[in-house]
Design a binder for this molecule. Structure first.
Ligand code: FES
Length: 123
């Protein structure tokens, strides 16, 4: 019987269980902030159930990879969508901050660079 560790909780589950459903059993949310109210409820559409895994889980499908490619920073951080993961064995689950769970450093994504950050052209 696999054990999933998440936010100081150890949750027993069966191999083959959906990771999002297992995490929801821990009474700590897999979502951050507004994502708690506006997520897709596990349909694999919103990209807000991102987590980083260590342990034994299903491989990401092409669909999951495509959704994660639209979440800024998710691929670089090696994140997965909990709602599309199946638990295969013991897992350690980490959740980063931010609406998409990509951490505070990704808040800068898309902001305009200040003049001191814009590289000067060399002639
Ligand atoms: S809950 Fe929306 S993608 Fe997982």
């Amino acid at each position: 019987m696999p054990t999933v560790r998440f936010k100081n909780a150890s949750i027993q589950c069966d191999a083959g269980d959906n990771l999002r459903k297992v995490l929801l059993r821990s009474k700590t949310s897999v979502y951050n902030g507004i994502a708690r109210a506006v997520n897709c409820r596990g349909m694999g559409i919103c990209g807000m159930c991102t987590v980083r895994l260590r342990g034994s889980a299903s491989w990401p499908s092409r669909y999951e990879t495509a959704i994660l490619s639209m979440v800024p920073g998710a691929t670089r951080l090696g994140l997965r969508l909990a709602c599309l993961c199946t638990v295969h064995g013991d897992l350690s689950v980490e959740k980063f901050s931010g609406t998409w769970g990509t951490g505070p450093e990704m808040r800068q994504f898309g902001r305009k660079r200040t003049s001191s950050e814009v590289p000067t052209q060399q002639h």
